[in-house]
Ligand binder design. Structure first.
Ligand code: ADP
Length: 288
């Protein structure tokens, strides 16, 4: 029997899922995550991916992640790992997912990824938001529904982070001025199903060599948010954007809105890490 209580609970959850008795033979740490402890769990019945965290620190995080993965899976455009089980034990929460054995990119990986993301973005809803709240990194993300993108962007994305950062004075005034301009800046498009945190660390290469989305912060929003996020830390291949634009062309001027969209993840980074992100954020607001 595994001596660590959370691994005993994980073992029990796997027995329930597999409908037979299995024993965790090893749980090797997996690097690359930002918040949780991740493991590759080996049982006699195959490998599983598992994340563990402190339930008091991040209540509901794994339930929201499981729901988000399910929404993306139902869209059926990009591969996502299947949900296996989640639970809690003695202050720890866990999420068990299908283990993705990283593969080698197929030659047209980037255009296929761009095309598939565009198709996913065609999935729409009657509102901007989602039927449940979730997390962006380790911060809570409200998905209260709105009829207009700009209202959602201001009230559910920018303002909560601005308040958390405690901005006042000139910086707060600059944001207020920016808010008045947003209606004229963003195109009037339908809500798109978004991954919500699409930086390069949040996709993997599936065993078949295609893109596999992980760690989403799903909502229905302006699709330029996902595109902008891909560019925040370096950008994806040009073929990715070309294929996306062939499938579902972005509205003219999207490149100029990239920095605006990225005010949200930058604010999140200011709240999580401070420092240099503040400078990057200020330089964007000062331009608009
Ligand atoms: P965190 O929530 O802490 O940011 P991630 O969900 O990003 O954690 O996962 C951490 C790392 O684990 C990823 O960078 C990736 O390399 C790997 N990973 C994520 N999901 C799976 C999976 N289903 N199968 C195998 N490896 C995975």
């Amino acid at each position: 029997m595994n001596p660590n209580p959370v691994f005993r609970a994980i073992e029990a959850a796997l027995c329930g899922y597999l409908a037979r008795s299995v024993v965790i033979q090893s749980h090797l740490p997996v690097g690359g995550g930002c918040i949780n402890n991740a493991f590759c769990i080996d049982t006699g019945a195959g490998k599983f991916f598992c994340k563990v965290n402190d339930v008091k620190k991040y209540p509901g995080m794994f339930e929201a992640e499981a729901k988000g993965l399910q929404v993306l899976k139902e869209a059926n455009e990009i591969f996502v790992p299947s949900f296996i089980a989640s639970g809690e034990d003695k202050g720890s929460a866990f999420l068990i997912l299908e283990f993705i054995e990283p593969g080698k990119r197929v030659p047209d990986f980037s255009p296929l990824f761009g095309q598939a993301l565009a198709r996913m973005h065609r999935r729409t809803e009657k509102y901007f938001g989602l039927d449940h709240d979730n997390y962006i990194g380790s911060l809570r993300q409200s998905n209260k529904k709105h009829d207009r993108w700009v209202d959602f962007f201001i009230e559910e994305r920018l303002l909560p982070q601005i308040q958390l950062a405690g901005f006042s004075g000139l910086r707060a005034k600059r944001f207020e001025n920016l808010f008045k301009k947003l209606d004229d800046i963003f195109p009037a498009e339908k809500p798109s199903l978004l991954h919500g945190d699409l930086w390069s660390g949040n996709y993997m290469v599936s065993p078949q060599g295609a893109a596999c989305l992980i760690d989403p912060s799903v909502y229905y929003g302006c699709r330029e948010m996902d595109i902008a996020m891909t560019k925040l830390f370096g950008g994806f291949d040009i073929e990715f954007y070309d294929a996306y634009n062939r499938e579902f062309p972005l509205e003219p001027g999207w490149q100029k809105r990239t920095d605006l969209c990225n005010l949200y993840p930058l604010l999140v980074h200011v709240n999580l890490f401070g420092g240099s992100y503040l400078y990057q954020m200020d330089s964007i607001i000062n331009r608009f």
